[in-house]
Design a binder for this molecule. Structure first.
Ligand code: ARG
Length: 576
């Protein structure tokens, strides 16, 4: 453990116990960076009531039992009862040196938990829209971060691959022919395929009848129908995979766990809920009425689990899904990275599952709410013609714009290199813009701002990393060859080191709070701290141990930046 907080925290806890005895055992002081000191400890405020003393007095007593002579040059009681700590440069230097030698860069390995993450979840034969972009990008960042923290992440891509439209889609596929260019639309422009089916369904009664019969065969598991359905799914997943590939998203076919997976469990879900007296028939439909879910005029809102025509719906599948994640995947914590408007649906599903005993009360299930992506008119992002914005065209537009930049600024690079760098920058820009705002707030999609090389953007961070890479390229050596004792003398050097030492705490906090934007903010500040260091502290012109130390700081900054970007799913070009 190399983060300063991990050394100081337990010492403060012991001092509290030494000062106040049994009554305060296990006290958990809050440590945070402060503008008045390196770290501010807040323990006294919470304890004051418990021990019956004014907070400043509590802080003073803790201080009497706190020996930080090895770590700090100054410790003082401040404000309403904080302890302000100023670390000694020697201690910070030794921590930074140790962190540079640590392959985990100070990121703690947490006790392993099994964490299914439901994210992306596009619908078959439909375009992935910007809403899917956000759940995909945020979900993937969380999956990467939790895996890095030592958890057993199980990606669950709950695609919409079942339901009544499939009768119509299968019949349309058969009409146009499985190898036809029309069928090929599923892989390039799925909405166009869907529209084709829809129009026929509405205009042609004979087709509509065939489509309805087809749904019945599909639900009955008719082998021929299932085979055609499989073709539809394959074409659609090829489309999803192309987008995942372009975006550098870690989802694979192994992670597909769509609605259809739960088909044979739906009848059982219903009968069990009926037997347990949780579900009741209302207007011919099987419904769950839960306390606390009421609509207008206090009318109870049901979760419909079997429609009056005997069909099952989205809620039934989701009940089977949560049951599976708990019982079969043995989840310790379950995450749903899903649009904010689905909050009511998810809460009803979980409460029903709790009532049925499928979801233990103490098992954390979290809805990571995804906010809307807006156009410049502050309405949901759409194309000029009013259609939902296609994800693919957004990616192409961003990569195209990045390509113009790089063609202008680096004509010396080869065509292939420029194409690859443009892809990294364009995709990084979109992803970073998405990740750097709180996942539950809205943001305006503004390609120019996202691609800007200044400000809190992906390209700015990528550029900061390439600048450090170029230092080592100039020396003709790899950053890892520059291990050395880090010695902190200049204020900018010290600031940079302090910032680098926070990485582990920040990554842990992202995993706990499920908020990738905290990592973005951290990396942005890190890039700024590095700039200040680089402006104020000559690296290559210094000599002896100072030069070695500064190069080691550069190397640690680089690996922290690239590791942080990688946890966000953003790649770091070698040059730009
Ligand atoms: N396919 C759904 C949609 O596009 C999202 C599914 C989310 N996951 C779930 N378990 N309900 O809105």
């Amino acid at each position: 453990m190399v983060a300063p907080t991990h050394v100081i925290g337990p010492k403060v806890t012991s001092a509290i116990e030494a000062a106040f005895g049994e009554a305060v055992r296990g006290a958990d002081p809050v440590l945070r960076p402060s503008q008045y000191a390196d770290v501010q400890v807040n323990a006294a405020l919470a304890l004051a009531k418990k021990v019956g003393l004014p907070p400043r007095e509590v802080a003073a007593r803790i201080l009497e039992h706190l020996d930080l002579s090895a770590e700090c040059t100054d410790v003082e009681v401040s404000g309403p009862g904080f302890l302000n700590l100023t670390f000694s440069p020697e201690w910070l230097g030794s921590l930074a040196t140790a962190t540079a030698a640590d392959p985990r860069l100070g990121v703690p390995e947490q006790p392993r938990q099994i964490v299914p993450i439901d994210y992306s979840a596009p619908n078959v034969a439909k375009e992935m829209h910007v809403g899917h972009l956000r759940t995909t990008v945020v979900g993937d960042a969380l999956a990467r971060t939790l895996a890095f923290l030592g958890h057993d992440v199980i990606r669950q891509n709950h695609i919409g691959d079942w339901g009544t439209p499939f009768g119509m889609l299968i019949e349309h596929l058969l009409d146009v022919g499985e190898g036809s260019s029309q069928a090929g639309l599923l892989e390039t422009d799925p909405n166009a395929f869907y529209q084709g089916a829809r129009e026929k369904f509405e205009a042609d009664p004979e087709f509509a009848t065939r489509a309805r019969t087809r749904v019945v065969s599909l639900q009955a598991g008719d082998p021929d129908t299932i085979a055609h359905w499989g073709t539809l799914i394959d074409l659609s997943t090829a489309y999803f995979n192309r987008i995942y590939g372009a975006l550098g998203v870690t989802l694979t076919d192994e992670d597909l766990a769509g609605e259809s997976m739960y088909n044979d469990q739906l009848a059982g879900v219903c009968s069990e809920l009926e037997e347990k007296g949780i579900a009741t028939i209302s207007d011919g439909a099987l419904c769950v009425f839960l306390p606390g879910y009421t609509g207008r005029e206090g009318k109870p809102v049901p979760l419909i689990i079997r429609k009056s025509d005997g069909g099952y719906g989205y809620g039934t599948t989701d009940l089977a899904t949560i049951r599976y994640r708990v019982a079969d995947l043995h989840a310790d914590r379950v995450l749903y990275v899903v649009g904010a408007p689905q909050a009511l649906h998810l809460n009803m599903v979980w409460d029903t599952a709790r009532a049925a005993g499928w979801l233990p009360e103490d098992l954390p299930v979290v809805h990571v709410r995804i906010g809307n992506v807006l156009g410049s008119d502050r309405k949901i992002l759409r194309t000029r013609s009013g259609a939902p914005m296609r994800l693919w065209s957004l990616v192409e537009e961003a990569v195209g714009a990045a390509r113009l930049h790089i063609d202008g600024s680096r004509p010396d690079l080869s065509e292939d290199d420029r194409a690859e760098i443009a892809r990294q920058i364009g995709v990084g820009a979109i992803k970073y813009a998405d990740l750097s705002v709180a996942h539950d707030s809205e943001y305006v999609f503004d390609l120019d701002r996202m691609l800007s090389l200044t400000g809190n953007t992906g390209p700015y961070l990528q550029y900061a990393a390439t600048r450090i890479k170029s230092i080592f390229r100039g020396l003709g050596s790899a950053p890892e060859d520059h291990a050395a004792d880090i010695v902190l003398v200049e204020p900018a050097e010290r600031e940079l080191a302090l910032h680098l030492l926070r990485f582990g705490d920040v990554v842990a906090a992202v995993g706990d709070a499920l908020e990738p934007h905290r990592l973005c903010a951290y990396l942005f500040e890190l890039a700024q701290a590095f700039s200040a260091f680089y402006e104020n502290c000559p690296v290559l012109k210094a000599d002896g141990p100072t030069r070695d130390s500064r190069l080691a700081l550069c190397a640690l900054t680089l690996s922290t930046l690239t590791t942080g970007l990688d946890l966000l799913g953003i790649s770091s070009p070698d040059q730009m």
